[in-house]
Design a protein around this ligand. Structure first.
Ligand code: DOR
Ligand code: ZN
Length: 362
């Protein structure tokens, strides 16, 4: 293998921030090899109005007009069924992101996953309009007796996913940035009745960094610290197996989450988030290569996500004239990326990767 045509690529979970950070990071969606990305709404304040969606989309599009940005709302009491319906009809949003309060960056405006009932009127509209519910699948620990910690928070969340699927079987739900073998097994179980060609309603994104990391790697290095945290060898193995399997419910969502260097290299309140955007495709390709599964790479990085999001021809048309090519060639990850206002340390800074991407006209 020396070159593969990946066509139109998709990263279904990115954090592009705003201000100076956004100016630095947003162009790296494309330089990392991604055509279409799904943008997280956890800004300050979070994105909960139509005008915010329009403004944020314009801001990103002005910075990087060749990239397609799919937009989301932040699940909160401020959303109404009418608003969701209107924004869905106008093609302004593709999903709504649910953050359990307190589990990660800017999640303090989030929800209590023990009781989703107040959002059921929203879920009904989403189910009807094909709007995706994106779950940050960690249960917050409120009292000591809950025995919840960063290692078991994802597993403890899984019954909530099971219940949501049983109450809204046609609602498309994505368990974002899965990190445990239990989550992978549940996603497989909930899809076990599916035959080829059936509509899939339960999906899971897998990041690049969780294909590399275990607990030891972030315990000694805050650059590798993110939420949900990387777990154990058996979990990493399950994630690699799922990502490389070609199964249509597993697809790429980098959860690339940049933080300024001075918020990572500290000894208190380390920000959660690993920045992978500038080499997102290359990091993942290396894993597929290592496990001799490169033939399934396009499914993971392109086809499965585009299919789950049911992206229409109008969205894809913009990208039909060019393709992302994966090239086997040495590619050194920068030590830092910076624009004078802000500095970010990428994942595996300074390492040599085996692959690089190029954009070519068709
Ligand atoms: O590590 C993370 N960083 N996990 C998240 O869920 C949020 C993200 C961020 O926004 O920094
Ligand atoms: Zn995220």
């Amino acid at each position: 293998m020396s070159e593969i045509n990946l066509g139109i690529t998709a990263d279904m979970h990115v954090h592009l921030r705003d201000g100076a950070m956004s100016k630095l990071i947003t162009p790296t969606v494309r330089s990392g090899g991604i055509s279409i990305c799904y943008v997280m709404p956890n800004l300050v304040p979070p994105i909960t109005t139509k005008q915010q969606v329009i403004n944020y989309h314009k801001q990103l599009n002005d910075i990087a007009p060749e990239t397609t940005f799919l937009m989301s709302f932040y699940l909160s009491k401020d959303l109404t069924p009418e608003l969701i319906s209107e924004c869905a009809d106008e093609g302004l949003i593709h999903g709504i992101k649910c953050y359990p309060a307190g589990v990660t960056t800017n999640s303090k405006y989030g929800v209590d996953p023990n009781d989703f009932s107040q959002f059921y009127p929203l879920f009904e509209v989403m189910e009807k309009k094909g709007i995706i519910l994106n779950l940050h699948g960690e249960k917050p620990g409120i009292e000591e007796k809950d025995e919840i910690n960063i290692i078991n928070a994802e597993s403890k969340f899984l019954p909530a996913l099971r219940k949501l699927h049983s109450d809204f079987p046609k609602l498309k739900i994505i368990l974002e940035h899965t990190t445990t073998s239990e989550a992978i097994e549940l996603v497989r179980e909930l899809n076990s009745d599916k035959k080829e060609g059936d509509d899939i309603t339960i999906g899971a994104t897998i990041t690049a960094h969780h294909l590399y990391l275990i607990i030891d790697n972030w315990a000694s290095n805050p650059i590798n610290y993110c939420k949900p945290v990387a777990k154990f060898h058996k979990d990493k193995k399950a994630l690699i197996d799922a990502a490389t399997s070609g199964e249509p419910w597993f697809f790429f969502g980098s959860d690339s989450a940049p933080h300024p260097i001075h918020k990572k290299q500290v000894h208190v309140d380390v920000c959660a988030g690993v920045y992978t955007q500038c080499n997102s495709v290359a990091y993942v390709a290396e894993i597929f290569d290592k496990y001799n599964k490169i033939e399934n790479f396009k499914k993971f990085i392109s086809d499965n996500g585009i299919k789950f999001y049911d992206l229409n021809e109008k969205i894809l048309a913009k990208h039909k004239g060019e393709s992302v090519w994966l090239i086997e060639r040495e590619n050194k990850v920068p030590e830092v990326i910076a624009n004078g206002d802000v500095e970010v340390v990428p994942f595996k800074a300074g390492d040599e990767l085996k692959y690089i991407v190029e954009w070519r006209k068709n």
